[in-house]
Design a protein around this ligand. Sequence first.
Ligand SMILES: Nc1ccn([C@@H]2O[C@H](COP(=O)(O)OP(=O)(O)OP(=O)(O)O)[C@@H](O)[C@H]2O)c(=O)n1
Ligand SMILES: [Mg+2]
Length: 408
Amino acid sequence: MKIQNLPNEFEMARPVLQTIESAGFEAYFVGGSVRDTILGLPIHDVDIAASAYPAEIKELFKRTVDTGIEHGTVMVLDHGNGYEVTTFRTESGYQDYRRPDQVTFIRSLDEDLKRRDFTINALAMREDGEVIDLFNGLTDLKRRLIRAVGDANVRFNEDALRMMRAVRFASKLDFSIDPDTMSAITTHSHLLAKIAVERIYTEFVKMMMGSKPRLGLQDMCNTKMIDYVPEFKNYLPGIKKIIALPEFRLKNEFQVWGLISFSFGLNHKQISELLKRWKAANQTIEATQKIVTALRELVAHGLNSMTLFNTGQSLLGDTMGVARALNISVDETKVMQRYDQLPIKNVHELAINGGDLIKAGVLKPGPELGRILKQLQSVVINGELNNDQPTLLEHARVILSHERKGEI
Ligand SMILES: Nc1ccn([C@@H]2O[C@H](COP(=O)(O)OP(=O)(O)OP(=O)(O)O)[C@@H](O)[C@H]2O)c(=O)n1
Ligand SMILES: [Mg+2]
């Protein structure tokens, strides 16, 4: 098959392939970009595989970076763009079912394609658009099937993460998993316990952001993979709840963890514990906590102004996204209108700051300042007082005098 009208990303990279080929080597586009182009999906980057060894690639181009040279990958810089060129290789010395320790560079495309995970990922494309398809990947793309290259048991023994990749691609592309491949996943699901949590995290989040996340979770349950993700231990009822939801789409990582934490019924501390076990970034933990707080209020009595303020516009958008997924009915326009009408959107918009309070002789520098400012901020946000400096100075004085009287 020959693909006509290649997306621009391929056109831009074409000179790199031509340079390699004119030196007498072979070069192809490989991996996800070929798969996604045939499916008519947008692509982000192109991967190139070549028969030239890394040292030979480096001789052919003026500017290269050794991004992963021990695995055969050299980044070629061309017209301001970087292209990863990986030497054809076989992988050996897989240790503990993780990524290979050793790779052997080879000159044969066939051997390189043979070591790849799924038939739809084992396509190679020449710079003119001609597709090399040794394992019926094109048929599987048409049948919408995830099928291991060769013996699925061998593929998953080589790299157990591939089992998560199978459910990730099935969810992302709305494909089914070939029965032999599925049964090999069930046989080897325990090997997932050996995989670093960070690698599972990436695949899991991508799966949840796919078009069929519920099927992905169901597949993880059916194959028992879920039992070997210790981060989900004790949360099976929550997972079942998500599977029982109507079909949904999530836009980003925050929405994924928001949906999960809400469905698991977690409080802030539990969210932090769960996500720390997943080695999530602090930003993700905080965002998830805010989304869950907002969701709880939405369900209970509607969002209060302080929560609108604390959540912020972008995470409010994510909260609406999760509410939609959870089938919680919300008047989204009204929520956003109320946010737009908040008297201040961030702490800098408050008409008074610590310096002003000190200058006016209300307070001395110290920890009291922050506390009083927080109170002023909250009366403004709740609409109890106007956001102007004299009013707020006066209110600060009132708070302090009440407090002092209270102390006596
Ligand atoms: N555990 C893995 C990871 C990758 N690959 C091969 O390396 C290619 C590139 O890997 P990667 O970029 O991780 O995946 P893509 O298929 O390109 O998907 P994505 O859209 O997520 O980049 C895959 O297509 C596949 O041929 C593999 O065989 N086994
Ligand atoms: Mg890729």
